[in-house]
Design a protein around this ligand. Structure first.
Ligand code: PLP
Length: 340
């Protein structure tokens, strides 16, 4: 095992850090060229690049986990590859083949191995694959050239509380339209979420929870994570909607709740006026992992699911199961773990 650099591993936040190496590939004339690692953290591109004007940009987020024996796990990277391919289809960008995508992740993790947090610290190496449309252009049409990059940084908790519940605010804005780009992990969705997120944080909330863009009657998702609830008859429920990001963590929890905890599960509508049947609720995602939702502010009413200070028992069990698999302590379902 490579010696680690000297960082305060137990207290990492979720901040950019420039690591020694990143992966870069250039797409031109119908194919990917010049792929490999580089030490250059900057990208110089033409001022007409569609990424600047028309948001032709898609990305992914996943993590590398240090196991007890020092080895390193990737969690379901094939699912991130597939989701990036779907995002690319939506924005008329060339797809990054799964093998190239996973190969790039492995190269970046290996080259920056000294920054993969130690087992037991709670930290992970966050990986950010990113594809942008570049080159001289001015009309609203897709780029003829693209850059695919993967960079990395060690991270800790995304929401301040970790497994401590935090409060969320029902958004007055939409981040994605009903048949828009909510299902794709594309830059524009996040640009649209900056103001609502900032307003929520200014009022002391962790983030906002978006409501269905048609009527604002149902829960959609958190700005950077999906929503789940546990019903009073022990069912795992999570919103079904065309405008939310299909979270890989959420689909993993749907599987684990059913197969490991023996629960019923359902992707369904979760109405604001029917929240009393949820006895626990949380935000789930790669960065958020599982973050319990304590209170949910809807207008002038604060709805508390389980507790504003304690994590619920089912949420905790799901957290232990998921993180146990990610860090290699529990047996993973077939194909979920890829060793670096
Ligand atoms: C808007 C949004 N929803 C949900 C998620 C969670 O998805 P995943 O579990 O694949 O990380 C993310 C983060 O990746 C996100 O940005």
């Amino acid at each position: 095992m490579t010696d680690l650099v000297d960082l305060d591993w137990e207290n990492l936040g979720f901040d950019y850090m420039e690591l020694p190496y990143r992966y870069r590939a250039h797409y031109k004339d119908g194919q990917w060229h010049k792929a490999g690692l580089t030490e250059d953290a900057t990208i110089a591109i033409n001022e007409g690049s569609p990424v600047f004007h028309y948001g032709q940009a898609a990305f992914e987020g996943l993590k590398a986990y240090r196991c007890k024996d020092g080895s390193i796990n990737l969690f379901r990277p094939d699912q991130n590859a597939a989701r990036l391919q779907r995002s690319c289809q939506r924005l008329l960008m060339p797809e990054v083949p799964t093998e190239m995508f996973i190969g790039a992740l492995k190269q970046v993790v290996k080259a920056n191995e000294a920054y993969v947090p130690p087992y037991g610290s709670g930290g992970t190496l966050y990986l950010r694959p990113n594809i942008i449309g570049v080159g001289p252009n001015i009309g609203v049409h897709p780029a003829s050239e693209y850059i695919f990059t993967v960079f990395a940084m060690p991270v800790g908790n995304y929401f301040k509380g970790g497994l401590q519940p935090t409060n969320f605010l029902a958004a007055n804005y939409d981040r994605a339209a009903h048949k828009g780009t909510g299902q794709s992990k594309v830059g524009g969705n996040y640009a649209a979420s900056l103001l609502p997120g900032a307003e929520a944080k200014k009022q002391g909330f962790s983030d906002c929870i978006y409501l269905d863009p048609l009527e604002h009657k149902k829960i959609e998702e958190v700005g950077s994570a999906n929503f789940f609830g546990i019903t009073n008859d022990n069912k795992f429920v999570t919103p079904s909607s065309p405008s939310i990001l299909p979270s890989i963590t959420k689909y993993s929890l749907l599987y684990l709740a059913k197969e490991r905890l023996g629960m019923e599960t359902e992707e369904t509508d979760i109405y604001l006026d029917d929240l009393d049947h949820l006895v626990e609720a949380g935000a789930c995602g790669t960065a958020a992992v599982i973050s319990p939702i304590g209170g949910f502010q809807i207008g002038d009413k604060l709805h508390v699911f389980y507790s504003e200070t304690k994590v619920g028992p089912v949420t905790k069990k799901l957290y232990d199961e998921l993180t146990g698999i990610q860090f290699g302590d529990k047996k993973a379902p077939e194909g979920w773990i890829v060793k670096v």
